[in-house]
Design a protein around this ligand. Structure first.
Ligand SMILES: [Zn+2]
Length: 372
């Protein structure tokens, strides 16, 4: 799915010019508190230009800046590859005073040449004066997640809505998986903040979104990890979303690897299902679509349906194959490659141009392996 978003965003990324951000519902210009808050948000959003993010201490409380390297949990809410404020052009929908702060709702959207509006996100910001009379954002989670519960288990601190009964067994299972991962990869324990709810939409709402382009379609377990602050957000899999934990542990060590998603799928499955489930679906799909050319995997076949991602399934399969051939040593070697072309050529002696036949056969073989 990540690849799909990247392609969409290549079209929707906002321009770099700090234009005056429009306001949909006129702000009462005599209401100094509202006017100042809107100017504060405008100035913040205008600082998100290509390759640049603002100095957070100018906008966020000392408390939030101490707790997080990136206190704004909206920024990577759609994809870690592009700040949410640069995906579409902003339009401030309204600003209103509430409970001692100003609440501002902003829409980020794109209008094409046929006047078709594509909404990318609708965000909520809460602004209040601190003790030094400086305006600062309050994290939406401090407001939306006020009644959430917290349970610490091993190195994980779980945060979850009040309707959920904490499942100790699932937390212990995750702790065991983490223990094995740390031992096998010689990794030091990492303290992780783990936010979960029954659905990802609920989490997005708690983070401050009314809407993102990633919402919609049938619910499925899904998650996101934030490497900067070791935070996991996941919906639908409760206390045991190992896939995202693998990202937290391994992403830092393999920044350039094309297998970062594959290794997480190998260990923790994807979207609530293990790798074999995806391989079987992918195999069936490919047999029904003979025209798909896996030589053009990254360009033409990055999306299959709402439940299986072909690219991550295939890279997960390559991890599985390496592990089956030569255990952990081979798996670790796979992670050291910085391009998939190089990996397939060196590991399998297969040149680009012959990937379609090679990968189709490998998918077919591996999707049957567990059934036999
Ligand atoms: Zn992932």
């Amino acid at each position: 799915m990540k690849k799909l978003y990247t392609c969409i965003f290549a079209v929707f990324i906002a321009s770099n010019s700090p234009a005056q951000i429009p306001v949909n519902n006129p702000i009462d210009t005599t209401d100094v508190e509202l006017v100042k808050a809107v100017d504060f948000l405008r100035s913040y959003l205008n600082e998100f230009t290509a390759g640049h993010i603002p100095e957070y201490s100018k906008y966020w409380s000392a408390e939030d800046c101490k707790e997080y390297r990136q206190p704004d949990q909206l920024v990577n809410g759609i994809t870690p590859e592009c700040p949410v404020y640069r995906i579409g052009e902003p339009d401030i929908l309204y600003a209103r005073p509430e409970n001692g702060y100003v609440h501002i709702k902003t829409m980020f959207a794109w209008v094409d040449t046929n006047s078709k509006v594509s909404v990318m996100s609708i965000t909520n910001h809460y602004i209040q004066q601190d003790e030094n009379k400086l305006l600062r954002f309050i994290s939406p989670f401090r407001i939306g997640g006020k009644d959430w519960n917290t349970t610490a288990s091993g190195n994980i601190t779980y945060h979850y809505p009040p309707y959920h009964r904490f499942d100790e067994k699932k937390a212990k299972m995750l702790a065991r998986q983490i223990g094995t991962l740390e031992r096998d990869w010689d990794l030091k324990p990492i303290k992780i903040r783990y936010y979960f709810a029954d659905t990802k939409d609920e989490l997005d709402h708690a983070r401050g979104f009314d809407f993102t382009v990633a919402m919609g379609n049938r619910d499925k377990p899904s998650g996101m990890s934030d490497d900067a602050d070791n935070i996991i957000y996941c919906g639908g899999l409760g206390e045991n979303y190992f896939h995202e934990v693998v990202h937290i542990y391994l992403n830092h060590h393999y920044q350039q690897s094309p297998m970062r998603e594959g290794i997480a799928v190998f260990y923790g499955g994807s979207m609530g299902h293990e790798l074999f489930w995806h391989l079987r679906r992918l195999n069936t799909y490919l047999q029904q679509h003979k025209n798909i050319d896996l030589d053009r995997l990254s360009d033409d076949f990055y999306y299959m349906d709402n439940f299986t991602n072909p690219f991550t399934t295939i890279t997960g399969m390559l991890c599985l194959d390496a592990y089956n051939r030569n255990g952990l040593a081979a798996l670790k070697r796979m992670m050291d490659y910085t391009s998939l072309d190089d990996l397939i050529e060196k590991e399998y002696k297969v040149q680009k141009g012959n990937w379609n036949e090679f990968l189709r056969k490998m998918i077919d073989d591996n999707s049957r392996a567990k059934q036999n």
